[in-house]
Design a binder for this molecule. Sequence first.
Ligand SMILES: Nc1ncnc2c1ncn2[C@@H]1O[C@H](COP(=O)(O)OP(=O)(O)O)[C@@H](O)[C@H]1O
Ligand SMILES: [Mg+2]
Length: 256
Amino acid sequence: MRVFGSYNESGGVGKSTTAVSLAMVSAEEGHRTVLIDLDPRGATTKWLDVEPKEEGLHVGAILANDEVEGWAKELAVPSSWHPNLRVIPSHRSVSNREKDSSQGLELRLKESLIGLDADVVIIDCPNRQGGPLTLSAFYAADAIVYATSATQDGVDGVEGARKSVAEFRRLRERQGATVDLVEAGIVVGNVNETIMSRVAINAIGELRETGLLLTPIVPSRTIVQEARTVGQWYGNFRKGEPVVTAYKEITRKVLA
Ligand SMILES: Nc1ncnc2c1ncn2[C@@H]1O[C@H](COP(=O)(O)OP(=O)(O)O)[C@@H](O)[C@H]1O
Ligand SMILES: [Mg+2]
């Protein structure tokens, strides 16, 4: 099983779109995939139109309890999108965990994954820097995928996210743990490839300098947002094909 977090410290830059796309493509490629919505805003939960098996059995239950081994398997609900795809939904109340100072909280998500019958796990992270939610994702993940738009906000958010990952790695080293969180790369999405703005060109240039850029750049298509509004996978629509094709190539690289 491999666990990936989709992260950026800015909002509205494509974290959820990238998480959902990586997960759906992974499922379509035959991997048993679990998508975890760790963002209290629940954009991914709404998009895939999933509800907990029982009231309260969202990702917040994992973060609020001790001894949660095996809970991910229990809480993952099937997705109507694909038989290989399951989702652990989020909820507004998950934001309460940001103020929770319980000992070992940030280890619970990782512990919950024990026994999960999945090949690939994708975590849609909130953009909250340094808090227990983000730390939970860092502990649980093997690799971070930085998701961004080709904007200044996106570039700044990647820079912040990389600093947070580096800080986490230093913390783990000081604790004498084997440092096992790596950077999978940077996914640049929602780019208008026919009329690329100066801002977008500069942003992509800056991101390329990190040596982490995952190509191709994901093109912008209005169907991505339209499909989301009606709870559908944009890949079901012909207009979504260029976006799916790009995410397919990226997913192959990330999973390679
Ligand atoms: N390839 C794309 N084409 C068109 N719109 C996109 C694309 N990728 C993302 N978007 C849109 O950008 C907005 C922000 O994306 P989202 O994934 O929700 O960001 P975040 O999770 O970082 O807040 C959404 O409205 C989404 O539909
Ligand atoms: Mg999001």
